[in-house]
Design a protein around this ligand. Structure first.
Ligand code: 4AD
Ligand code: MG
Length: 477
């Protein structure tokens, strides 16, 4: 007996071997043909049941969703649509699935419905394809860094510091919310909490990654991050995965080169290794677009879009240039933007970012040298005294994919900045130490993994590219 996956069987050039396979029934038709899927491939394998020699009771239990164990022979297919099929000699029902109540019927379900059934949605082609791609992408990311001499480090998930200074954190506490210990002034006394201080779920592993870059040279993190921002959009999650490389002796230009090379490399890997899933999702998008007016359809198919990013240079544009382009743009002049760009210094909203990538440049764009006061405290101040060496990479259909910067390596400048923003030096004493002892130019960036998965799969909602999404008012499963 050989135990093989559907993917292996469909590729096999051997015939008539004894086959032993387990999977879930996608459909059972004419009391004879089982479409069996085991997750190894988008394809099902057809299993042909000899219904005359199978007892009625067993046949009745072959329903959509049931788990079965099939023993038989792999033969050249008699029918159309597949080259091989399994002639079933014995079928054992491992787990029944009541066709009356099983939520995943062999028909088209809305993504909203499938989100409510996120525990079963990977039994559909779309979600199994998305999650296989997500898995390959993770692997490609680790491979890229490993091939390029980076060390993978694990940064803490519970932390006392707010790296981004945005105050959008989830508190971690062991105190009784109904009866917390109080200080003399009536505030909650976190000295009595588990860690003896206020702690939160991390918004970024960057600060700790900097410490390791300043000793190991090239490091990266790839872990969960948490943001309590109450933005219920198709691009925000409260819990998402971030990839954060950090490199000593690398400046902002090197950071841009690294990010671009990294993105191109992982996309090439996907194009090479997940063709079947990509083609399926490409077709799904084409079908979806048929229902839209011509003007709203995308100019490129999914695979062409990925190839385009791999083959073309990202456009590098300073914030100042971008503001000029936006100020003079049609939607700004005609007041079609929700936020009209009036002057230098304005923070860019996603509508502006999308205008730049989708309408103006029509390619990935790296914006750099942002005004200091709209960016985080740790970014390297430029000689002009008002911009910082920040970069954001904007992608068509996604908006911000990457946020990064060269870090402020000068102790005094960093202290000044922290003072101005009322960031406690005592809290970040260790971060300041990195500037006190052997400081050097260093840079890094953060890439939102789910946004990359969205781009690769063409899925329009970030909730559909992570297994169990956490968003405002939703932490099911
Ligand atoms: O731009 P951000 O906030 O940058 C940082 O956290 C830096 N500390 C990174 C660094 O330099 N090491 O976040 C980085 C990326 C964004 O560009 C975006 O892709 C993603 O993380 N991101 C989110 N993805 C999903 N849901 C959210 N709520 C996200 N917030 C940020
Ligand atoms: Mg950002």
């Amino acid at each position: 007996m050989t135990s093989k996956t559907v993917a292996q069987l469909l590729k096999a050039d051997f015939k008539s071997q004894d086959i032993d396979i387990k999977g879930w029934v996608r459909t059972f038709r004419a009391n004879r043909f089982i479409a069996l899927n085991d997750g190894s491939s988008l394809q099902n394998i057809q299993c042909v049941v000899d219904f005359e020699n199978t007892d009625e009771k067993t046949l009745k239990r072959i329903t959509t969703g049931a788990a079965v164990h099939i023993k038989g022979e792999l033969i050249e297919s008699q029918g159309k649509g597949q080259s091989v099929e399994i002639k079933v000699n014995k079928i054992i029902i491992l787990g029944d699935s009541d066709p009356e109540t099983y939520p995943i019927q062999p028909k088209k379900h809305s993504f909203e419905f499938l989100r409510e059934n996120a525990h079963l949605r990977t039994r559909t082609n779309t979600f199994s394809a998305v999650m296989r791609l997500r898995s390959t992408l993770s692997f490609a990311i680790h491979k890229y860094f490993n091939d390029n001499g980076f060390y993978y480090m694990h940064t803490p998930i519970i932390t006392g510091s707010d790296a981004e200074g945005a105050g959008e954190m989830f508190r971690v506490t062991g105190l009784d919310p109904k009866n917390p210990p109080l200080t003399e002034t009536g505030a909650v006394n976190y000295k009595e909490d588990f860690f003896g201080k206020e702690t939160n779920l991390t918004v970024s592993g960057q600060l700790e990654a900097e410490s390791y870059a300043m000793s190991l040279g090239k490091v990266y993190t790839f872990g969960p991050t948490f943001r309590a921002e109450n933005s219920n959009t198709s691009r925000h999650l409260a819990e998402f995965w971030m990839i954060e490389p950090e490199v000593a002796f690398m400046d902002l230009a090197g950071n841009m080169d690294l990010a671009e090379d990294f993105l191109k490399s992982v996309l090439s890997y996907i194009l090479e290794h997940n063709r079947e899933d990509l083609e399926f999702l490409e077709q799904r998008l084409l079908d979806e677009e048929k229902t839209k007016p011509q003007a709203e359809r995308s100019e490129m198919s999914l695979i062409d879009k990925l190839k385009f990013v791999v083959d073309n240079n990202f456009k590098r544009v300073s914030y100042t240039e971008a503001i000029d382009i936006l100020k003079n743009s049609k939607p700004n002049k005609k007041k079609q933007f929700n936020y009209i760009i009036e002057e230098w210094g304005a923070d860019l909203q996603s509508e502006h970012e999308r205008f730049l990538v989708e309408k103006h440049f029509k390619c990935p764009v790296i914006l750099f040298d942002y005004p200091a006061n709209i960016k985080a405290f740790y970014m390297r101040l430029n000689e002009d005294g008002k911009t910082v060496r920040a970069m954001d990479i904007l992608f068509p259909g996604i908006g911000e994919m990457v946020g990064g910067s060269q870090r402020e390596e000068r102790l005094e400048v960093l202290k000044e900045k922290m003072k101005a923003l009322e960031i406690d030096e005592e809290e970040l004493w260790w971060y300041l130490d990195l500037r006190k002892y052997g400081t050097a130019v260093h840079s890094g960036f953060g890439l939102g993994f789910e946004r990359l998965v969205m781009f690769v799969t063409g899925m329009g909602n970030i909730r559909d590219v992570i297994p169990f999404p956490r968003t405002p008012h939703n932490a099911d499963f």
